[in-house]
Design a protein around this ligand. Structure first.
Ligand SMILES: Cc1ncc(COP(=O)(O)O)c(C=O)c1O
Length: 430
């Protein structure tokens, strides 16, 4: 068997999967341990054909997977492993360069700096600082808080009570105290409280719970008062700024010290790709730069290992490059606009139905809603158990609600209407 034959088989598998994923049950229907019990307990002694792996992928693994690339996957933040992303991942593994320093692969470093500048332009972010790609927003926030601590050791990290838990985790990792700040009626962090002994404030643009947008500009003012670092977590909603009419969401970000946006959430790039910019590269450098004997720096070159926790770095820029070129800015804008339109349509269906309510503003592609009488956790579970869609329940001010997050390229109006009918039918059966 040649590599070329197996490449064809893998291509056929990928194409076939993407063609039929919409017909599969969205969420896995297995019990813990079930898949493991079906896998051999020991590795093979002899080489096996790749075809055998593909067979097991279909027969054993697929039934135990939840299909994130399904058009009716609406849990957490939905995303897309797009065609250019899939193709680029193949090339990334083929090249297998480690983009730790400029010398380790000059073009990989320079492409990363270039695509980060492209993305900054598309989102209307200030240019001229430093931007690189991390594996996750969690890691980017660790990097930001490490820089904040270098600037001002000790002290407190403030973020909204609606911030993603990765902020508290990052604070813990860099040894800073974390304090949650109350939110207003629209779930935005209040900027008028005390920020005593602040080392950093993390503002969220698009909170995980409701996609609320914290008042970034006011928080920048509070950071200035305290000599604190302002990090903006725009992991999900930052992508919306590619559309001029949604650019308000990043208003004030030019005053932030750092910002993260996840192309692997709402910018059609497969996991993993988190875009992280700072206008204070010297502080990141101070936090992270160490030059061991075996990794000499190159004069006038940027060594990306000096700006974050990891040494070994994947060639992630290649997939972002592929995505930006495949769709073009206009292609990306029309996808984002369509998702926002579909979310507004879904919210209007909920609003119009007696016994249901929308529970938070929904400026992007995510709608939080609930049935006023039903057990909403059970409702989300029952709707998901149909296999037709996947929604997850959460809590807002202690009350159960359901989130419907749109982010897959293949999602259509039919998917939204069909999902709404499934939810209504499940509520009627409760
Ligand atoms: C607002 C926000 N920030 C950060 C994260 C963490 O992102 P990652 O999984 O890239 O670490 C999430 C994840 O959903 C999020 O919603």
């Amino acid at each position: 068997m040649s590599f070329r034959d197996d490449l064809d088989r893998a291509a056929e598998w990928a194409d076939g999967y993407l063609g039929r994923v919409a017909t599969l049950p969205v969420a896995a229907r297995v019990e813990p341990g079930e898949i493991r019990a079906r896998l051999p307990q020991a590795p093979p002694e002899e080489p096996e054909p790749f075809e055998a792996l593909l067979r097991d992928l279909d027969e054993i693994i697929l039934p135990g997977l939840t299909h994130w690339n399904h058009p009716r996957f609406f849990a957490w933040f939905a995303n897309t492993g797009s065609a250019p992303g899939v193709l680029a991942e193949l090339l990334i593994a083929t090249l297998n360069v480690n983009n730790m320093t400029w010398l380790a692969s000059p073009a990989a470093t320079e492409l990363e700096l270039t695509v980060m500048d492209w993305l900054a332009q598309l989102l209307g972010l200030p240019r001229g600082g430093h931007g690189h790609i991390e594996d996750s927003a969690s890691t980017a926030t660790v990097a930001a808080l490490a820089a904040a601590r270098t600037q001002k050791p000790g002290g407190i990290v403030y973020a909204s009570e609606q911030a993603n838990f990765s902020v508290e985790k990052a604070a813990r990792l860099v040894g800073l105290e974390f304090r949650a700040v109350a939110v207003d009626d629209e779930f935005r962090m209040r900027a008028d409280g005390p920020f005593d002994d602040a080392t950093a404030i993390v503002a969220t643009v698009g909170t995980t719970g409701t996609t609320s947008v914290d008042p970034v500009r006011e928080l920048a003012g509070r950071c200035a008062e305290h000599g604190a670092w302002l990090h903006v977590d725009a992991a999900y909603a930052g992508a919306a700024a590619i559309c001029p009419e949604l650019r308000w969401c990043l208003d004030g970000v030019e005053e932030a010290d750092s910002v993260v946006v996840n192309p692997h959430k709402w910018l059609f790039t497969p996991m993993d790709c988190s875009a992280f910019w700072t206008r204070r590269p010297e502080m990141l450098h101070e936090a992270f730069a160490l030059v061991p004997d075996y990794l000499a720096a190159t004069q006038d070159a940027v060594d990306l290992k000096d700006f974050g926790p990891a040494l070994g770095r994947r060639f992630r820029a290649l997939k972002l490059w592929a995505v930006l070129r495949w769709y073009g800015a206009e292609g990306l804008r029309s996808l984002i606009r369509e998702h926002v339109r579909l979310a507004q349509l879904f919210a209007s269906l909920v609003d119009a139905e007696p016994g249901w309510e929308v529970v938070a503003p929904h400026p992007f592609s995510t709608v939080c809603f609930r049935h006023v009488e039903a057990d909403n956790d059970e409702l989300a579970r029952a709707a998901t158990a149909t296999g037709d869609l996947f929604v997850a329940s959460s809590r807002l001010r202690g009350r159960p609600m359901i989130r419907l997050a749109i982010g897959n390229e293949q999602t259509t109006e039919d998917d939204i209407r069909r999902s709404w009918e499934v939810l209504r039918a499940c509520a009627a059966r409760q």
